[in-house]
Design a protein around this ligand. Structure first.
Ligand code: ZN
Length: 311
Protein backbone atom coordinates (compact mmCIF):
# COMPACT_ATOMS: atom_id res chain seq x y z
CA UNK A 1 0.00 0.00 0.00
CA UNK A 2 0.99 3.56 -0.17
CA UNK A 3 0.42 7.15 0.88
CA UNK A 4 -1.73 9.37 -1.34
CA UNK A 5 -1.13 13.10 -1.81
CA UNK A 6 -4.10 15.19 -2.90
CA UNK A 7 -3.67 18.79 -3.96
CA UNK A 8 -4.70 21.18 -6.73
CA UNK A 9 -3.36 24.45 -8.19
CA UNK A 10 -6.81 26.05 -7.69
CA UNK A 11 -6.12 26.04 -3.95
CA UNK A 12 -3.59 28.83 -4.63
CA UNK A 13 -6.28 30.94 -6.31
CA UNK A 14 -7.83 31.75 -2.93
CA UNK A 15 -6.31 35.18 -2.28
CA UNK A 16 -6.04 37.16 0.92
CA UNK A 17 -5.00 40.81 1.40
CA UNK A 18 -1.29 41.76 1.41
CA UNK A 19 0.39 40.81 4.68
CA UNK A 20 -2.23 38.19 5.57
CA UNK A 21 -0.58 35.10 7.09
CA UNK A 22 -2.83 32.60 5.29
CA UNK A 23 -1.40 33.09 1.81
CA UNK A 24 -0.89 30.99 -1.34
CA UNK A 25 2.84 30.74 -0.66
CA UNK A 26 2.06 28.41 2.27
CA UNK A 27 0.74 25.71 0.01
CA UNK A 28 3.50 26.33 -2.50
CA UNK A 29 6.08 25.75 0.27
CA UNK A 30 4.43 22.48 1.30
CA UNK A 31 4.05 21.09 -2.21
CA UNK A 32 7.62 22.07 -3.13
CA UNK A 33 8.94 20.27 -0.05
CA UNK A 34 7.04 17.18 -1.15
CA UNK A 35 8.83 17.12 -4.53
CA UNK A 36 12.04 15.90 -2.83
CA UNK A 37 13.38 12.51 -3.96
CA UNK A 38 12.25 10.76 -0.78
CA UNK A 39 8.63 11.56 -1.67
CA UNK A 40 8.86 10.01 -5.15
CA UNK A 41 6.61 7.11 -4.16
CA UNK A 42 3.66 9.26 -3.11
CA UNK A 43 0.51 8.39 -5.04
CA UNK A 44 -0.29 11.83 -6.43
CA UNK A 45 -3.77 12.85 -7.52
CA UNK A 46 -5.36 16.19 -8.26
CA UNK A 47 -8.00 17.10 -5.71
CA UNK A 48 -11.41 17.00 -7.44
CA UNK A 49 -14.10 19.63 -6.88
CA UNK A 50 -16.44 18.48 -4.14
CA UNK A 51 -20.16 18.35 -4.94
CA UNK A 52 -22.15 21.29 -3.63
CA UNK A 53 -24.24 18.72 -1.77
CA UNK A 54 -21.21 17.62 0.25
CA UNK A 55 -21.05 21.06 1.88
CA UNK A 56 -24.58 20.53 3.19
CA UNK A 57 -23.31 17.78 5.49
CA UNK A 58 -22.06 20.61 7.72
CA UNK A 59 -23.56 23.89 6.52
CA UNK A 60 -27.12 24.98 5.67
CA UNK A 61 -28.00 26.06 2.13
CA UNK A 62 -28.44 29.66 3.28
CA UNK A 63 -24.80 29.69 4.39
CA UNK A 64 -23.71 28.62 0.90
CA UNK A 65 -25.99 31.20 -0.71
CA UNK A 66 -24.62 34.03 1.41
CA UNK A 67 -21.01 32.91 0.92
CA UNK A 68 -21.50 32.72 -2.85
CA UNK A 69 -23.01 36.21 -2.87
CA UNK A 70 -19.95 37.60 -1.05
CA UNK A 71 -17.44 36.41 -3.67
CA UNK A 72 -16.12 39.53 -5.45
CA UNK A 73 -15.40 39.87 -9.17
CA UNK A 74 -11.96 41.31 -8.34
CA UNK A 75 -9.86 41.92 -5.23
CA UNK A 76 -10.84 40.61 -1.82
CA UNK A 77 -13.82 41.04 0.51
CA UNK A 78 -13.61 40.67 4.30
CA UNK A 79 -16.15 38.32 5.88
CA UNK A 80 -14.73 39.22 9.30
CA UNK A 81 -11.49 40.69 10.61
CA UNK A 82 -9.49 37.57 9.65
CA UNK A 83 -11.42 35.83 6.89
CA UNK A 84 -11.41 37.05 3.32
CA UNK A 85 -12.64 35.82 -0.03
CA UNK A 86 -11.43 36.50 -3.56
CA UNK A 87 -12.71 35.44 -7.01
CA UNK A 88 -10.99 32.04 -6.69
CA UNK A 89 -11.98 31.29 -3.11
CA UNK A 90 -14.97 29.05 -3.73
CA UNK A 91 -13.12 26.90 -6.24
CA UNK A 92 -10.26 26.60 -3.76
CA UNK A 93 -12.63 25.63 -0.94
CA UNK A 94 -14.37 23.06 -3.14
CA UNK A 95 -10.97 21.63 -4.15
CA UNK A 96 -9.90 21.52 -0.49
CA UNK A 97 -13.05 19.66 0.45
CA UNK A 98 -12.86 17.49 -2.66
CA UNK A 99 -9.28 16.56 -1.79
CA UNK A 100 -10.23 15.50 1.72
CA UNK A 101 -13.22 13.48 0.50
CA UNK A 102 -11.25 11.84 -2.30
CA UNK A 103 -8.59 10.95 0.27
CA UNK A 104 -11.27 9.26 2.38
CA UNK A 105 -12.49 7.36 -0.69
CA UNK A 106 -8.95 6.22 -1.56
CA UNK A 107 -8.14 5.07 1.95
CA UNK A 108 -11.47 3.33 2.55
CA UNK A 109 -11.38 1.89 -0.98
CA UNK A 110 -7.99 0.33 -0.38
CA UNK A 111 -6.11 2.39 -2.99
CA UNK A 112 -3.94 3.98 -0.30
CA UNK A 113 -3.11 3.10 3.30
CA UNK A 114 -3.20 6.74 4.36
CA UNK A 115 -3.36 10.13 2.69
CA UNK A 116 -2.44 13.79 3.04
CA UNK A 117 -4.59 16.53 1.51
CA UNK A 118 -2.30 19.51 0.92
CA UNK A 119 -5.00 22.11 0.47
CA UNK A 120 -6.18 25.58 1.44
CA UNK A 121 -8.18 27.42 2.64
CA UNK A 122 -8.06 25.57 5.96
CA UNK A 123 -11.35 24.45 7.50
CA UNK A 124 -11.36 23.76 11.22
CA UNK A 125 -12.61 27.18 12.34
CA UNK A 126 -15.65 27.25 10.02
CA UNK A 127 -18.74 26.66 12.15
CA UNK A 128 -21.96 25.32 10.71
CA UNK A 129 -23.29 28.81 10.10
CA UNK A 130 -20.20 31.02 10.20
CA UNK A 131 -16.97 31.37 8.21
CA UNK A 132 -14.14 32.42 10.50
CA UNK A 133 -10.42 32.11 11.16
CA UNK A 134 -9.38 31.96 7.47
CA UNK A 135 -11.81 29.02 6.99
CA UNK A 136 -14.83 28.72 4.68
CA UNK A 137 -15.97 25.07 4.80
CA UNK A 138 -15.63 22.80 7.82
CA UNK A 139 -13.62 20.42 5.67
CA UNK A 140 -12.53 17.74 8.15
CA UNK A 141 -15.90 17.63 9.93
CA UNK A 142 -17.56 17.13 6.54
CA UNK A 143 -15.07 14.35 5.79
CA UNK A 144 -16.01 12.71 9.10
CA UNK A 145 -19.72 12.87 8.31
CA UNK A 146 -19.05 11.61 4.78
CA UNK A 147 -17.14 8.60 6.14
CA UNK A 148 -19.98 7.85 8.55
CA UNK A 149 -22.98 8.45 6.29
CA UNK A 150 -21.67 7.69 2.79
CA UNK A 151 -19.25 4.88 3.65
CA UNK A 152 -21.27 3.55 6.57
CA UNK A 153 -18.52 3.56 9.18
CA UNK A 154 -19.59 3.23 12.82
CA UNK A 155 -17.02 5.48 14.48
CA UNK A 156 -14.71 8.20 13.15
CA UNK A 157 -12.21 10.11 15.28
CA UNK A 158 -10.83 13.55 14.40
CA UNK A 159 -7.52 14.61 15.95
CA UNK A 160 -6.73 18.30 15.60
CA UNK A 161 -3.15 19.24 16.55
CA UNK A 162 -3.24 22.73 15.03
CA UNK A 163 -2.16 25.28 17.67
CA UNK A 164 -5.62 26.89 17.56
CA UNK A 165 -8.75 25.23 18.90
CA UNK A 166 -10.79 23.57 16.14
CA UNK A 167 -13.99 25.33 17.14
CA UNK A 168 -15.64 24.75 13.77
CA UNK A 169 -15.05 21.01 13.74
CA UNK A 170 -16.23 20.87 17.34
CA UNK A 171 -19.37 22.83 16.45
CA UNK A 172 -20.28 20.58 13.51
CA UNK A 173 -19.55 17.31 15.35
CA UNK A 174 -20.91 18.46 18.75
CA UNK A 175 -24.04 16.30 18.61
CA UNK A 176 -22.65 13.48 16.48
CA UNK A 177 -22.27 10.47 18.80
CA UNK A 178 -20.44 8.46 16.11
CA UNK A 179 -17.61 11.01 16.02
CA UNK A 180 -14.97 11.80 18.61
CA UNK A 181 -13.26 15.18 18.31
CA UNK A 182 -9.95 15.66 20.13
CA UNK A 183 -8.06 18.96 20.01
CA UNK A 184 -4.72 20.04 21.46
CA UNK A 185 -4.23 23.79 21.30
CA UNK A 186 -2.59 26.72 23.04
CA UNK A 187 -4.75 28.39 25.71
CA UNK A 188 -5.19 31.30 25.96
CA UNK A 189 -5.18 31.91 22.23
CA UNK A 190 -7.71 32.83 19.58
CA UNK A 191 -10.54 31.64 19.20
CA UNK A 192 -10.56 31.34 23.05
CA UNK A 193 -12.75 28.23 23.04
CA UNK A 194 -11.65 24.66 23.72
CA UNK A 195 -11.80 24.31 27.49
CA UNK A 196 -11.89 20.83 29.03
CA UNK A 197 -15.47 21.61 30.13
CA UNK A 198 -16.60 21.57 26.47
CA UNK A 199 -17.36 17.87 26.13
CA UNK A 200 -19.90 17.59 23.30
CA UNK A 201 -23.53 16.50 23.52
CA UNK A 202 -22.50 12.85 23.89
CA UNK A 203 -19.21 13.24 25.76
CA UNK A 204 -17.68 13.04 22.29
CA UNK A 205 -15.29 16.01 22.56
CA UNK A 206 -11.94 16.13 24.36
CA UNK A 207 -10.13 19.44 24.59
CA UNK A 208 -6.55 19.47 25.82
CA UNK A 209 -5.43 23.10 26.23
CA UNK A 210 -1.70 23.77 26.51
CA UNK A 211 -0.10 26.80 28.20
CA UNK A 212 2.02 29.18 26.10
CA UNK A 213 5.64 28.05 25.71
CA UNK A 214 4.80 24.35 26.12
CA UNK A 215 7.63 22.40 24.53
CA UNK A 216 7.78 19.01 22.86
CA UNK A 217 8.22 17.13 26.14
CA UNK A 218 5.12 18.76 27.61
CA UNK A 219 3.03 18.14 24.52
CA UNK A 220 4.18 14.52 24.26
CA UNK A 221 3.22 13.99 27.91
CA UNK A 222 -0.27 15.35 27.24
CA UNK A 223 -0.61 12.99 24.28
CA UNK A 224 0.52 10.03 26.39
CA UNK A 225 -1.74 10.81 29.36
CA UNK A 226 -4.88 12.20 27.67
CA UNK A 227 -5.04 12.15 23.88
CA UNK A 228 -3.86 8.66 23.00
CA UNK A 229 -5.82 6.82 25.74
CA UNK A 230 -9.01 8.59 24.64
CA UNK A 231 -8.51 7.76 20.97
CA UNK A 232 -7.63 4.20 21.93
CA UNK A 233 -10.78 3.81 24.04
CA UNK A 234 -12.97 5.16 21.24
CA UNK A 235 -11.56 2.54 18.82
CA UNK A 236 -12.37 4.44 15.61
CA UNK A 237 -12.83 2.81 12.20
CA UNK A 238 -11.03 5.75 10.60
CA UNK A 239 -8.75 8.46 12.00
CA UNK A 240 -8.89 11.93 10.46
CA UNK A 241 -6.27 14.56 11.24
CA UNK A 242 -6.53 18.32 11.20
CA UNK A 243 -2.82 18.78 10.60
CA UNK A 244 -1.85 22.33 11.48
CA UNK A 245 1.84 23.03 11.98
CA UNK A 246 1.51 26.39 13.73
CA UNK A 247 2.52 24.90 17.10
CA UNK A 248 6.07 25.09 15.70
CA UNK A 249 8.45 27.29 17.71
CA UNK A 250 9.05 29.49 14.65
CA UNK A 251 5.39 30.18 13.98
CA UNK A 252 4.44 33.88 14.22
CA UNK A 253 0.82 33.35 15.34
CA UNK A 254 1.32 31.35 18.55
CA UNK A 255 3.78 30.55 21.33
CA UNK A 256 4.18 26.78 21.49
CA UNK A 257 7.64 25.30 21.03
CA UNK A 258 7.25 22.21 18.87
CA UNK A 259 9.83 21.23 16.26
CA UNK A 260 9.75 18.94 13.24
CA UNK A 261 10.72 15.90 15.36
CA UNK A 262 7.72 16.51 17.61
CA UNK A 263 5.34 16.52 14.64
CA UNK A 264 6.97 13.28 13.47
CA UNK A 265 6.48 11.76 16.95
CA UNK A 266 2.83 12.87 17.07
CA UNK A 267 2.27 11.36 13.62
CA UNK A 268 3.90 8.08 14.69
CA UNK A 269 1.71 7.79 17.78
CA UNK A 270 -1.42 8.54 15.73
CA UNK A 271 -0.34 5.87 13.24
CA UNK A 272 -0.14 3.50 16.22
CA UNK A 273 -3.80 4.26 16.98
CA UNK A 274 -4.74 3.81 13.32
CA UNK A 275 -2.86 0.50 13.19
CA UNK A 276 -4.53 -0.74 16.36
CA UNK A 277 -8.11 0.11 15.37
CA UNK A 278 -8.42 1.29 11.77
CA UNK A 279 -6.26 -1.12 9.80
CA UNK A 280 -3.87 1.81 9.50
CA UNK A 281 -6.44 3.96 7.70
CA UNK A 282 -5.73 7.63 8.31
CA UNK A 283 -6.51 10.82 6.35
CA UNK A 284 -4.67 14.01 7.18
CA UNK A 285 -5.70 17.46 5.95
CA UNK A 286 -3.57 20.59 6.14
CA UNK A 287 -4.83 23.34 8.45
CA UNK A 288 -2.52 26.12 9.74
CA UNK A 289 1.21 26.85 9.77
CA UNK A 290 2.44 30.35 8.97
CA UNK A 291 6.24 30.31 8.97
CA UNK A 292 6.95 29.02 5.49
CA UNK A 293 10.17 27.14 6.30
CA UNK A 294 8.79 25.59 9.50
CA UNK A 295 5.56 24.68 7.75
CA UNK A 296 7.35 23.01 4.84
CA UNK A 297 9.77 21.08 7.07
CA UNK A 298 7.03 20.02 9.51
CA UNK A 299 4.64 18.90 6.77
CA UNK A 300 7.51 16.96 5.16
CA UNK A 301 8.26 15.26 8.49
CA UNK A 302 4.56 14.41 8.88
CA UNK A 303 4.22 12.98 5.37
CA UNK A 304 7.52 11.12 5.74
CA UNK A 305 6.08 9.21 8.71
CA UNK A 306 2.82 8.56 6.84
CA UNK A 307 4.88 7.01 4.02
CA UNK A 308 6.99 4.86 6.36
CA UNK A 309 3.92 3.61 8.16
CA UNK A 310 1.79 3.26 5.04
CA UNK A 311 4.35 1.27 3.07
ZN1 ZN B 1 -3.96 27.35 13.55
Amino acid sequence: MTTALLTHPDCQAHRTPPGHPERPERLQAVTEALTAERFALLLREEAPLADAAAVLRAHPQIYMDILRAEIPATGTVALDADTHVSPGSLDAAFRALGGALRAVDMVLGGQAQNAFAAVRPPGHHAEHNRAMGFCLFSTVAIAAKYALDHHGLSRVAVMDFDVHHGNGTQDVLWDEPRALFVSTHQMPLWPFTGTPEEKGAHDNVLNVPLPPHSDGARVRAEFESKVLPRLDAFAPDLLLLSAGFDAHIADPLAQLHLREADFAWITERLCDIADAHCGGRMVSTLEGGYDLDALAASAAAHVGVLMERGA
